[in-house]
Design a protein around this ligand. Structure first.
Ligand code: ATP
Ligand code: MG
Length: 227
């Protein structure tokens, strides 16, 4: 069977889904979680890589992302599980997948007992995320995220690690953001109930990443063991 290595991994292993509205800080939290020995897969970053490389998937994704809507569940499942295969036995964190009930069910079916064992919902008020999105700059190749107010780059306009230019995402404008937020409400938010009903959901609330991070870190330290 194709996923044997995934199925055999210890239940102590972290299979974490970072969940939340667009702009809720999933990417920023992933960056902080790199201090643990974990593999982090961001659906958005993987799609943007395909867009940059001009793959057939990338060409399709480019349009969908600019519209603020979602790619098909089966496409996303194939994309993310092929990445997960590479990290099999280790702790892993998903950012941005699953984001529909369909995706959640497909992933559980595929990974069985080795599927997501903790979902952390980053609960941040709408009022502040719109402002955040407008202040957001990214280093596209690495997925590193900067916020001009909260965590600005050391040198304006440049990535701290590589010194390369930062850019703004095409979909980080007011209009597309509103559509993304609507898509979140209609397609993604219902997934919370799916994970709640299987006792995998925890929610942390706050206005800033400084408020969210210590709560998230406590949850993780209590639940998983790191060597
Ligand atoms: P943020 O990065 O601020 O948390 P986000 O969650 O909306 O916001 P990404 O995760 O980077 O942004 O995703 C960007 C876009 O890529 C989405 O708006 C959507 O079009 C597409 N996308 C990403 N993940 C998925 C997925 N699991 N299923 C379908 N489409 C997706
Ligand atoms: Mg993101």
């Amino acid at each position: 069977m194709r996923y044997t290595s995934i199925l055999n991994a210890s239940t102590k292993n972290m299979r974490l889904l970072l969940f939340g509205k667009p702009g809720s800080g999933k990417g920023t939290m992933s960056q902080k979680l790199q201090s643990y020995d974990v593999n982090i897969l961001s659906a958005g970053d993987i799609l943007r890589k395909n867009v940059r490389m001009g793959t057939p998937l990338g060409q399709k994704a480019d349009k969908v992302i600019k519209q603020g809507s979602l790619l098909p569940d089966d496409v996303m499942l194939k994309l993310l599980t092929s990445e997960l295969e590479k990290v099999h036995d280790y702790h892993w964190i998903l950012d941005g997948f699953p984001r529909t009930i369909g995706q959640g069910q497909l992933l559980d079916k595929q990974l069985e007992s080795n599927s997501i064992n903790l979902v952390i919902n980053l609960d941040v008020p709408d009022s502040i995320i719109l402002d955040r999105i407008q202040q957001r700059w990214i280093h596209e190749k690495s997925g590193r995220v900067y916020n001009l107010g909260y965590n600005p780059p050391k040198v304006a306009g440049k990535d701290d690690v590589t010194g390369e230019a930062l850019t703004q995402r095409d979909d980080d404008n007011v209009d597309t953001f509103k559509t993304r937020l609507n898509t979140y409400r209609s397609h993604t938010e219902p997934l919370l109930e799916y994970y709640q009903s299987s006792n995998r959901l925890e929610t942390v609330s706050g206005k800033t990443s400084d408020e969210i991070w210590p709560q998230l870190n406590d949850l993780i330290k209590n639940k998983f063991s790191f060597s």
